[in-house]
Design a protein around this ligand. Structure first.
Ligand code: 13P
Length: 284
């Protein structure tokens, strides 16, 4: 089966069995390795996501190269994904390189423009069965994936319905109060709105801004209809903080592999914890 179709099947399975597919952001080959090994050891289906900054820096071809190799070799279902592309061109470039899943985030535009951009990517994705995620409402906070501080973040049920009816998009990220980056205070998720959107449409729903949301809230969101949970900040912060600690420990003239072999297992432990929070362990 093509990997886009595999993802559609995994999201349906997650919905039926009451867990979520976690999607982890990677920045290089070492956190990528940590994420894939965590999925294998937890026997979990996961998504491994490159954000547009990483794709722009490393190139769609290199990111696709990592992902295609992992999708072939890994002992668990691992699906490569382009996270939060604000441009249709990057979605197309990644599709050309073999990505099975892309996100077009046109949530900052009006509904009509959002629909038009999602349609454009859906049309391009069709031939290769590529899975497409869109966004309605807005993800709060400041992070690599965007910066939104306004009050009108909440996804409207009618907008979610209209976007899905007009585009038949495969999955939908919903603005329900979650934020990219670390939270200031306790996250306040609007579970009522989530349940309303879930009742109105059949499309798998995605929760962004996983870092910092307590386990109980993640699991409640899954119960109310979330099928995919995005986690980024805690991955790169764990990676970089442990890298600094290890470099300080070993002192001058370290060898890359020695340092990385000490650091990446720390990232793997965090990923495993999130797989369990999403209840995806043992679901491969
Ligand atoms: P965090 O960085 O807050 O975990 O969010 C990740 C995310 O939503 C990526 O799209």
């Amino acid at each position: 089966m093509n990997n886009g179709d595999t993802l559609r099947k995994l999201l349906r399975d997650a919905d039926a069995k009451g867990y979520a597919i976690p999607a982890f952001n990677f920045s290089d080959i070492w956190d990528f390795k940590a994420i894939v090994e965590a999925a294998e050891e937890e026997e979990a289906p996961i998504m491994i996501a490159s954000n547009p900054l990483v794709v722009a820096e490393l190139s769609p071809a290199i990111c696709a190269g990592f992902g295609l190799a992992a999708m072939k070799q890994a002992k668990a279902p691992v699906i490569l994904h382009l996270d939060h592309s604000f441009k249709t061109e990057m979605c197309k470039d990644c599709i050309d390189e073999g990505y099975p899943s892309v996100m077009i985030d046109a949530s900052k535009y009006d509904l009509e423009t959002n629909i038009a951009m999602v349609r454009e990517v859906m049309d391009y994705a069709k031939e290769n069965h590529v899975h497409v995620e869109a966004e309605i409402g807005k993800i709060k906070g400041k992070g690599i994936e965007g910066d939104f501080k306004g009050g009108d973040f909440l996804a409207a049920v009618e907008d979610a319905k209209a976007l899905v009816e007009a585009t038949h998009v495969d999955s939908l990220a919903v603005g329900i109060g979650s934020a990219h980056g670390f939270y200031q205070g306790k996250p306040e998720l609007n579970f009522e709105r989530l349940a309303q959107i879930n009742a109105a449409i059949d499309t798998p729903l995605v929760l962004h801004g996983g870092t910092g949301i307590p386990k109980e809230d993640i699991q409640r969101a899954i119960k109310e209809g979330i099928n995919k949970v995005n986690v980024g900040t805690i991955i790169h912060c764990t990676y970089m903080n442990n890298l600094r600690a290890e470099l300080n420990r070993v002192g001058e003239n370290p060898y890359t592999l020695d340092v990385m072999k000490a650091v990446y297992p720390k990232v793997k432990e965090v990923v495993k914890g999130w797989i369990r929070v999403c209840m995806a362990n043992g679901k491969a």
